[in-house]
Ligand binder design. Structure first.
Ligand code: ADP
Length: 270
């Protein structure tokens, strides 16, 4: 960090003119390092559920005579397999996001549609905890981007809000239109995040409390997906939180350019 890596090429054009080409390789190098880290992290993260599955399979074989134990191991295998499935799904999503700087399928997207779809999907899990998801007015905002990616981002924020909140609480989604930006805030009354963890939660595989996160089926990838979607759309994501009080995640996205105003109706000529 702070170091600039320049590749400089010099060519003698005429006897009095020299052409100097300087290319900044810092970005490329960093990207390469990020990719390498990612592969190391991924292999590490995959080993845990795979290891658990093979131990459980082993135990099942040995406990063949004991139906109660077989059932217990089977239940745990099911949840490890689900975890593995989610992990693989999110890894695929993330690597797809990392390989393109431009959203896959850019078109005008209505924020109301994104919030509606994300909330509908998150409500299934929320209902089981009697958590109500309340979506505010969207002020007719539109952005340019990929509808599905934006739904995934908001959905991840909502799933977290639900996962890290106590039953019977509320999760709110508020929309504000600032100059040329729309701000989507997902607000919960959950357990919150301590100051030390706050700046790290967007890192890949970062979990505040791996044990607790494992209970909720977390992979530590959700928020880095949100961050990538935000950056790919020219926006960003921020968090405010207080332990015991709740968290607010704010997704900011540039608004789509205004549609050209419809020409004023012209009366029949005389
Ligand atoms: P996970 O799959 O573990 O939820 P994320 O990347 O989505 O991974 O989140 C990283 C960590 O940030 C989580 O493990 C959790 O500890 C914390 N976190 C995320 N959202 C919230 C929230 N709304 N309230 C409290 N903690 C949260």
């Amino acid at each position: 960090p702070g170091l600039l890596l320049l590749q400089v090429r010099v060519a003698q054009v005429t006897h009095r003119h020299v052409l100097v080409l300087a290319e900044d390789l810092t970005g490329a190098r960093r990207l390469e390092a990020v990719r390498r880290d990612f592969v190391v992290n991924v292999s590490h993260e995959l080993k845990t559920p795979v290891g658990a599955l093979s131990l459980l399979a082993e135990a099942t074989v040995e406990a063949a005579e004991d139906p109660e134990a077989v059932r217990r191991f089977g239940t745990r295998m099911r949840s490890e397999a689900a975890r593995l499935g989610q992990l693989v799904q999110e890894i695929i999503e993330l690597s797809r996001l990392q390989s393109t700087a431009v959203p896959g399928d850019a078109q005008r997207v209505r924020i109301a549609d994104v919030l509606g779809e994300a909330a509908d999907r998150a409500r299934t899990v929320a209902a089981a905890k009697e958590i109500e998801i309340v979506v505010g007015e969207d002020a007719g905002c539109e952005v340019v981007g990929d509808h599905n990616l934006l739904v995934t981002a908001v959905r991840n924020l909502l799933d977290n809000a639900v996962a890290y909140s106590n039953p019977g609480t509320r999760v709110g989604v508020g929309v504000r239109r600032l100059d040329d930006v729309v701000e989507i805030a997902v607000v919960d009354q959950g357990i919150g995040i301590g100051a030390d963890d706050l700046e790290r939660v967007f890192e890949r595989f970062y979990r505040v409390d791996p044990a607790r996160s494992r209970d909720t089926g977390g992979t530590g990838l959700g928020l880095s997906i949100v961050k990538h979607v935000a950056l790919d759309h020219g926006g960003d994501v921020a968090v405010w939180s207080r332990p015991g009080r709740g968290s607010t995640f704010t997704l900011r996205l540039p608004l789509a350019p205004e549609r050209a105003a419809a020409p004023a109706a012209i009366g029949p000529g005389r």
